[in-house]
Design a binder for this molecule. Sequence first.
Ligand code: CTP
Length: 212
Amino acid sequence: MRFLITAGPTREPIDPVRYLSNRSSGKMGYALAAAALTKGHEVLLISGPVAIPAPDGATLVRVETAQEMYHAVADAIGNADAAIFCAAVADYRVAEVAEEKIKKTGETLNLTLVKNPDILGSARSVFGFEGLLVGFAAETEKLAEHALDKLRRKDCDLLVANDVSRTDIAFDRDENEVELFYRDGRHETLAQASKAAIAAELVGRVESLREA
Ligand code: CTP
């Protein structure tokens, strides 16, 4: 199969030296890429800025902003059999990026933020993607309710939900524990394990969905 995987954070510039971002390390997305390659699949990895190397054999497309990630996905998703959206995309960007470094002249500084495009939410509705679609959800409360809402709203086959209120897993950690919600209503838990082990399980689930 041909996998498209988004990974890492996005970086939204404020001025030439500053940006808005988040704590995503890219580890989960990169582990998914490695797991898919190990199982003999082709991988296109569309990644925000991270400090880890891409697995050998992946085709890496580096992006910075959500808009760049959106365009990279739009260009490539038509060639994918399965798309896994693991990136922690910044929901908002600064409305007007300052051309020069902002000086600290005032006691307060207001930034106006505007919404970024929802890349996963565009997969079916804008890009016309008909392959297997897997989304992630980072939640701090009402995990099942929010995950099921995302699954339906973004028309996914599988939604992988993380509890990011836990400090021992998920964001910037080597281990994860995830809840899986399927389009057909099935639900399962992948117990706490290394991101590599969780990734291998997830690639296996995608393969099973493809066979079904
Ligand atoms: N995602 C995306 N593009 C965005 C925002 C999110 O592709 N601009 C993808 C993420 O890669 C992940 C899923 O959507 O697969 C997570 O969505 P999330 O941001 O948690 O959900 P929202 O529906 O935006 O809801 P909220 O942020 O309000 O929880």
